[in-house]
Design a protein around this ligand. Structure first.
Ligand SMILES: Nc1nc2c(c(=O)[nH]1)N[C@H]1C(S)=C(S)[C@@H](COP(=O)(O)O)O[C@H]1N2
Ligand SMILES: [Mo]
Length: 199
């Protein structure tokens, strides 16, 4: 049982579905241009101060799902590793290291950018990027890398899975129609993070 699945939220694994993934033995490496690289286990991620974001994951393929995402703020992870002054981008690496993507440090530093492990109080399963994924409501969903094994602070953005295939690195959400997964209705959105529908 999963609320995301019950709502028929699309499951995207461009690199191929990894099969079941568990928090047991899961590690996330925090590194790159940082003073103190750290590797966190799933349990250590869960033990860090929890933040929640009632916000939307919105795909460039024109759907959007709202819920309360729970996890650790990227800014709290940054405080652990202390990025060097040159760090200006953050790269996310998914399980098997085929899917990667980068966001600007400024976006990573905003309140609702999370290393998420929950949706509406339920642990994320591997369909939806469990045990831990990025949730970044400010940009198109392809920046919200699933089943993350590494987070790297970088000087320059490295084009990732969808960026090398022609999707813009900036990934700014653009006005238009989206299918609201929560209500199964087509709605209009403005540019930028989807907070309210226009109609
Ligand atoms: N590893 C990985 N992460 C990924 C993707 C993917 O294919 N592989 N798809 C991205 C895209 S395009 C979107 S819209 C969201 C979709 O999240 P969901 O599959 O949990 O609904 O995950 C993002 N993260
Ligand atoms: Mo997407």
């Amino acid at each position: 049982m999963s609320k995301l699945k019950d709502m028929h939220t699309p499951v995207f694994w461009a690199e191929g579905h990894p099969g079941p993934l568990s928090g047991q033995g899961w590690k996330v490496e925090l590194g790159g241009l940082v003073e103190q690289p750290v590797t966190l286990t799933y349990e250590e991620v869960r033990a860090l101060p929890k933040s929640t974001a009632d916000a939307r994951l919105t795909s460039v393929t024109r759907w959007s799902v709202r819920g309360t995402w729970g996890g650790v703020r990227l800014s709290d992870l940054a405080a652990l590793v202390k990025p060097e002054p040159e760090a200006a981008h953050v790269q996310f690496v998914s399980y098997r290291e085929i899917y990667t993507t980068c966001i600007p440090l400024e976006v990573a530093s905003r309140d609702r950018t999370l290393l998420a492990y929950e949706f509406d109080g339920e642990a994320l399963d591997s369909d939806y990027g469990g045990p831990v994924r990025i949730f970044c409501p400010y940009l198109w969903g392809y920046k919200s890398a699933k089943s993350v094994v590494a987070i790297r602070w970088l000087e320059r953005s490295i084009p990732g899975y969808w960026e090398v295939r022609g999707y813009p690195d900036a990934a700014l959400i653009q006005a238009g129609r989206v299918l609201d997964i929560n209500t199964h209705r087509w709605r209009h959105i403005p540019d930028g993070e989807v907070i309210e529908f226009l109609d």
